[in-house]
Design a protein around this ligand. Structure first.
Ligand SMILES: CCCCCCCC/C=C\CC(=O)SCCNC(=O)CCNC(=O)[C@H](O)C(C)(C)COP(=O)(O)OP(=O)(O)OC[C@H]1O[C@@H](n2cnc3c(N)ncnc32)[C@H](O)[C@@H]1OP(=O)(O)O
Length: 303
């Protein structure tokens, strides 16, 4: 079976995410606002809030790492663990990924995790990033991104690894891979994901230019599937989810695996080399200088 062997292959190569935990508080369970039975109980961690609905088999997973949901090592780890928990619970067939932070879906890599850090830390961090992508890209669950804020770079990686993307219609909520503007390069597996989504020519152009697309352009290029008023993002994501869940799981999962396995396998085969490339690249003095300058610019932009 293509799916079983693909998933086993992926699982063998995956990290043990709990080994990455640093000061996280996982496994908390609390009643959702409005109460209810088990199906309405929230769980999650400090930086990931999960609102499961057992009746529909759909959970809403909210990133909450204020102010901008930068992908810290802790957030990456908690996302992987929360997803794994839902993946292993047969009650759930779909997850809606969204942000609990106003105006930002996810600001991408936490630049403080790779600025002024030693190579060992950068390697640990990059492995966690690969892990999240592999888990989401190969997930047997239906993943719908409800993009309720800005979605650059690493934020776009998360959205691209979902099955479907709904973006709020706000010109400030731009989405895309702007790596080149920071003086860095999207890794091959991210480039492949972009090409799989919007095609070769559009990716070539967007990647080189570091384009961040406002909603109408993101829709036109095929980066998102729907653009809707901000107050309809969640309901539209739920309608999309219903459409995907109307398909028998085994047929949809096998098809998803058939479409995605080659792209994921390429990273799985070269994971260590990809980590080494990342570390030697970001630890260069010149790259450190441009990342520092970018971070400084972000900090000064404030107020
Ligand atoms: C072989 C070679 C391999 C090379 C591999 C490269 C890997 C490539 C993969 C991914 C790349 C990335 O993800 S790099 C990160 C790219 N992200 C961005 O460019 C987004 C930057 N942020 C913004 O544009 C804005 O913050 C925002 C639009 C997301 C939100 O704007 P808003 O006005 O609401 O908030 P502020 O800008 O005031 O920010 C608040 C606060 O957060 C800090 N911040 C923002 N983004 C980041 C970040 N990515 N990492 C760390 N910190 C971030 C910002 O500095 C402010 O901090 P202070 O409150 O301290 O001032």
């Amino acid at each position: 079976m293509a799916l079983a062997s693909g998933v086993r292959f992926a699982e063998r190569a995956l990290l043990r995410p709990w080994a990455l935990l640093r000061g996280t508080t996982l496994g908390r369970t609390e009643p959702a606002a409005g109460g209810g039975g088990d199906g309405a109980r929230r769980f999650g961690s400090q930086r990931v809030l999960v609102e499961p609905d057992a009746a529909s088999g759909v959970a809403v997973m909210k990133l909450r790492n204020p102010p901008v949901n930068a992908l810290s090592l802790e957030l990456l780890t908690e996302l992987v663990i929360s997803l794994e928990k839902l993946e292993n619970d047969k009650t759930f067939r779909g997850v809606i990924l969204t942000s609990d932070c106003p105006r930002v879906f996810c600001a991408g890599l936490d630049l403080t995790e790779i600025c002024g850090r030693n190579p060992a830390h950068c390697a640990e961090y990059w492995k966690a990033m690969q892990e999240l992508w592999l888990r989401t890209y190969l997930s047997s669950l239906v993943l719908v991104a409800a993009i309720n804020g800005a979605c650059p770079a690493g934020g776009c990686i998360i959205a691209l690894s979902c099955d479907c993307r709904v973006l709020a219609d706000n010109p400030k909520y731009r989405i895309g891979l702007n790596e080149t503007l920071l003086g860095i390069i999207a890794p091959f597996w991210l480039k492949d994901t972009y090409v799989n989504t919007i095609g070769h020519r559009a990716s070539e152009q967007a990647l080189q230019l570091g384009s961040l697309f406002p909603p109408a352009e993101a829709l036109q290029v095929g980066l998102v599937d729907q653009v809707v008023p901000e107050d309809q993002v969640q309901s539209t994501a739920l309608s999309e989810m219903a459409r995907w869940l109307a398909v028998p799981d085994h047929a949809r999962q096998l098809t998803k695996n058939m479409m995605r396995k080659a792209t994921a396998d390429r990273l799985l085969r070269q994971r260590d080399a990809d980590t080494q490339n990342f570390v030697s690249f970001v630890c260069r003095d010149s790259i450190q200088k441009s990342l520092q300058a970018y971070l400084e610019k972000l900090r000064q932009r404030k107020g």
